[in-house]
Design a protein around this ligand. Structure first.
Ligand code: PEP
Length: 261
């Protein structure tokens, strides 16, 4: 049985918000991060808002990360952002391999591995996203897909590197669709992922690994999802754009955490 971990609540703003909107939202999340110390809050604004968010979150419990990074540290790569640049801005995390990157920007398991490696090199904690499409689930290929994405995305990482990674299970059919995995579906996938991690890195490292669920997480489903033993937190998209819904998701996770700890 993995130990119950404090809820890790990540907000992926995607390509949304301007500076004024971001200021209000960050202030609301900082307030919640102070009143809910059991939860770990981390925000993933678009690159244009990172500097602003970094100055606002400085000294608060809320953490910050980038939504992507390039695998080289610097050079002639117009339009790209590197790990050292994110670290320099005050980021501690970076999302890698989000399904929208895989779907629209040609991300593969190999490039996920390279970006993850670059994030680690820069001292960031990468959140590596994996998840099956609806067609893959319906044709019974979910476990093959998750295994392939895990093996490819994490290829070559040693124990100490693995321990700095966070995994996010995000079934593509649940992202932005309003359709959430049931708690039982999420638990089944998370348990599968943890078992696979255990084969590679051993029981203790696998049990310590943080595995987030993402896919239409809302205040109404956060409690039931977090009650599942292998769900350690959430990567929230749409509902992270409103302070009230994001903070309520955290509060619901904390409520479940206190009950099942
Ligand atoms: C996401 O983009 O990681 C996500 C889970 O989005 P949403 O919560 O909107 O489904």
């Amino acid at each position: 049985m993995p130990p119950r971990k404090r809820p890790f609540i990540a907000g992926n703003w995607k390509m949304n918000l301007t500076r004024g909107e971001a200021r209000t939202l960050v202030a609301e999340v900082i307030r919640a991060s102070r009143s809910l110390p059991e939860a770990e809050f981390v925000l993933f604004p678009p690159f244009t808002l990172l500097a602003e968010a970094a100055s606002l979150t400085l000294g608060s419990p809320a953490g910050l990360g980038g939504q992507n990074l390039f695998w080289e540290d610097k050079g002639a790569f117009t339009g790209e952002i590197s790990g050292p640049m994110l670290a320099d801005l005050g980021c501690s995390y970076v999302v890698v391999g989000h399904s929208e990157r895989r779907q629209f920007f040609g991300e593969t398991d190999e490039t996920v591995q390279k970006r993850t490696s670059a994030g680690l090199r820069a001292g960031l904690r990468p959140i590596v996203c994996i998840g099956e499409t609806l067609a893959e689930r319906e044709s019974g290929r979910t476990w093959d897909v998750l295994k392939r994405q895990l093996d490819g995305g994490l290829a070559g990482f040693e124990d100490a590197e693995f321990r700095r990674l966070i995994l996010a299970y995000e079934p593509v059919w649940a992202i932005g669709t309003g359709r959430t995995a049931t708690p039982a579906q999420a638990e089944e996938a998370h348990a599968f992922i943890r078992a696979r991690l255990q084969e590679r890195y051993g029981k203790e490292a696998a049990e310590c690994a943080i595995i987030l669920y993402g896919g239409s997480v809302k205040p109404a489903n956060a409690y039931a999802l977090f009650r599942e033993r292998n769900v350690d937190g959430f990567l929230v998209g749409g509902a992270s754009l409103e302070g009230a819904s994001f903070n309520e998701i955290a509060a619901e996770a904390v409520r479940a955490y206190k009950e099942v700890k």
